[in-house]
Design a protein around this ligand. Structure first.
Ligand code: ADP
Length: 332
């Protein structure tokens, strides 16, 4: 599909370039022939004003030379246009490819996204369906068994809810102009709220969160910023062994505040680092450790929030030592 689009765009570019080239060639040819004709007429007038008697008029010879010059010009212009056609053909193809490349990437990402989302939605639904089918086949289902099934179904519904919330958040961040809701907010307040939100999870995993921040005013959407820290802290807790520590620090540089969230967790392999912000990407560690829940949407949402705030997020990590996520946000 994209190959034929590239070819069609190439033809359009080529047609435009050739029309321009032909237009200038015709114009150039007209100007040159007019000048040559004018020169010929001037020569004839000069010749008649001279007192030559009995000398043959050189008009025919001059005319022949001029006609030959015109033919030469025509030939050169044809050569010139053929060269333009060849070079412009190649250049148009490259240009068309470059123009359509980002669209192709978006298209591929969209297909991947739909496939991944359907896959993630299917897993809990299939599990619920099987449980209900098995239960219906049983003739004497006790009330405690029924409760067990309902409990398990509720868990799966919770996962579906989490997934649809994540997808909705991503779509909102991409489509709604959050900048309209921007206001001055305090970094300390944002971090404190998000730490409170993950307190229970941290306590369960015996992970402590320390923060030592210099107060900074940010221009942004307070609830999105709180969600951003919540997502990063949630990951730092999830992907850390028990009895470890998470540190949040910040410093100011060139009108930007840099906030570092450092954990002592499992870390991320260098080969995974370029992909962890992609939607639905989960490393082998998170996939193999069944007890670590998630859909690989958290960091995609985090990145989207940072970009909405004209910032950047980077990560440095050493497997089995820990990771440091650095946020760069413009100060108010
Ligand atoms: P989820 O946590 O739902 O799997 P995320 O998008 O939040 O999805 O993270 C993507 C992947 O990046 C995770 O599956 C995990 O493998 C890795 N990751 C993210 N944060 C950390 C961290 N602090 N330490 C180690 N690995 C992490």
């Amino acid at each position: 599909m994209f190959h034929s689009a590239v070819l069609r765009l190439t033809i359009w570019y080529l047609v435009i370039i050739m029309l321009i080239s032909l237009f200038f060639s015709v114009a150039l040819y007209n100007v040159l022939t007019n000048e040559l004709n004018r020169g010929l007429r001037r020569q004839v007038v000069i010749f008649h004003s001279l007192p030559f008697a009995g000398v043959a008029e050189p008009t025919n010879e001059l005319e022949n030379q001029i006609n030959e010059s015109k033919r030469n010009v025509q030939l050169n212009l044809v050569y010139f246009n053929v060269i333009i056609l060849v070079f412009a053909g190649g250049a148009s193809y490259l240009l068309a490819k470059r123009t359509l490349n980002p669209i192709e990437e978006i298209h591929d990402a969209q297909i991947r996204f739909t496939a991944d989302a359907s896959h993630e939605l299917r897993t809990p639904m299939a599990s619920m369906k099987t449980e209900i089918e098995v239960a219906l086949r049983q003739k004497d289902l006790t009330s405690s068994e029924t409760k067990e099934i309902l409990k398990s179904n509720l868990e799966e519904i919770g996962k579906l809810e989490e997934l649809s919330n994540g997808l909705l958040t991503l779509s909102n961040l991409q489509n709604v102009n959050k900048k309209e809701f921007f206001s001055e907010c305090s970094l300390k307040e944002v971090v404190e709220t998000s730490v409170k939100d993950v307190e229970k999870l941290a306590r369960n995993r015996k992970v402590t969160i320390q923060f030592d921040l210099t107060e900074t005013r940010l221009n942004g959407d307070q609830s999105s910023l709180t969600q951003l820290f919540r997502l990063l802290l949630d990951n730092a807790i999830k992907y850390s062994p028990e009895k470890t520590e998470i540190k949040i620090t910040n410093f100011l540089k060139d009108n930007f505040v840099y906030i570092e969230i450092a954990d002592q967790g499992f870390g991320i392999k260098a080969t995974d680092l370029p992909h962890i912000f992609d939607r639905f990407y989960r490393t082998d560690v998170s996939r193999s450790k069944k007890e670590i829940p998630g859909y690989g949407l958290g960091l995609a949402i985090a990145k989207q929030i940072v970009e909405t705030h004209n910032g950047r997020v980077e990560v440095a990590s050493t497997p089995n030592k820990g990771s440091v996520f650095t946020l760069k946000l413009p100060v108010h």
